[in-house]
Design a protein around this ligand. Sequence first.
Ligand code: FAD
Length: 503
Amino acid sequence: MQQPIKNILIVGGGTAGWITATFLNRFLDPKLCRITLVESEAIGTIGVGEATVPPLVAFLRAMGIDEAAFMKASNATYKLGIKFIDWHRGADEIWHPFGVVGAPQIANLPLFHHWLRQRQEGRDASSYVSYSLQALLGDMSRGPHPLEGNPLATSAIMRQGAYAYHLDARAFAATLRDVAVGRGVRHIIDDVRHVALDQRGFISHVDTAAHGALQADLFIDCSGFAAQLIERSLGDGFVSWADHLLCDSAAVLPLPHDGDFHPCTRATALKAGWCWRIPLRHRVGCGYVYSSRFLSREQAAEELKAHVGQADAAPAHLAMKVGRRENFWVKNCLAVGLSAGFLEPLESTGIYLAQKSVELFLDYFPDTGFDPLLIRRYNQAVAREYDEARDFIVLHYLLNQRNDTGFWRAARALTPPDSLAETLELYDRTGLVDWQGHSLFGDTSFYSIATGFDRLPQTPHAMTAQMSGQATWQAMLQIKAANLALAQSLPDHGDLVRLLHSR
Ligand SMILES: Cc1cc2nc3c(=O)[nH]c(=O)nc-3n(C[C@H](O)[C@H](O)[C@H](O)COP(=O)(O)OP(=O)(O)OC[C@H]3O[C@@H](n4cnc5c(N)ncnc54)[C@H](O)[C@@H]3O)c2cc1C
């Protein structure tokens, strides 16, 4: 007879390990299922995931973690979107704001289609994202809620959770660790030396240096790029995305704070990739994601140092294996985080994908029978998440018109995944982007990026011809006026961050 899972062992104490531990602890009764996390002190964590996306807000709320306390402990600031600088032809800015742009629908149709019609009829010369409150706040460097009062009561952005955070990745993992351990997760510092399999090929236990054999019903591989369990022991394959994405390396160089608290991540195009700039409370996260086919380590370090004006600095270097697992769940082993896959951090998807993997796992939660159908369906669901995120990242490169380096020409010449090519074709011909079923990036995200790169459909959605252009134009003008009035009433983001951290 199959038994309920009674023992879970998580290997790895990076962000993915502690997200997994916190989440499972919240929903599994500690009296019925024991969760243990083992992590190596010697190996350490990658510690560079510093920009996040809105689902983290919902995650923290579901975990019962107080936002103000979390922000303080993680040196966090607010993030309202991403600004892509110089990606198109050079000397340009493209916004990907969080939340709805303008209004979810006007007369049952996304604002994008109305905007396109108004534009083609000569009424509207402004950009699509000029209807976004988050983009406006970003440009004005304003925070998402007033200085005083309950944020949830005083701000629709906060109520809707249409924002995210910049955070210190190591401090964030430590914050989650304290929560999880405080709620009963067992924490072991040790090195996993060997993974033992039983006669069915399931993991029976792992051997550690100081704590001997650790047994469990279910093992969760959060060991980072090493993928100690799922790949090295169970031999699961890796689907490389090298054909679709060129960047495979990073040079990381945290900067001292310059007093700029822009509430958005800035991604500036450089010669063979892009540089992130993430304002935390106490420092600025910064690094260069680049393609080793077009730039050596030394060249990347020199370009980055010149770009940020730190001639004497010594960036740390990372190699990145871009792609995902063939299977995220094999027998009694689940992979979460970098062991499951990696997508360059252009849209800050790493922490999200770990979160989503473990949230989906609860939907497919097994007993000790580990039903293969359950496993197959979970693997399909997680693969969809990864592939959708990949398509959105590829879109940014595909639409660029830079001609200054071989990297940018090669990036737009790569063959896009079929799923993206078809979405783009539908968009070009009809204006429709049917990404409503996507859980992270929906049609609004696509429209923000595509319009930023001046890629517009041949014709507005056919429904716009069924409506009065004048009436929708008035509604659009009202959205802009309301956004401006609201933005003017909100405080400087730097003042808000200083206040939050002083409490
Ligand atoms: C350059 C770069 C920038 C990034 N930027 C972002 C971003 O802005 N936003 C975002 O969301 N994501 C970002 N990411 C991704 C993000 O860093 C990761 O998704 C996140 O940190 C999760 O990492 P992890 O916990 O899977 O692995 P790691 O942080 O590598 O942790 C691995 C853990 O496994 C343990 N371990 C390994 N082997 C053993 C062993 N044998 N025995 C015991 N323990 C072991 C280690 O001790 C460690 O605790 C970025 C990644 C890179 C490379």
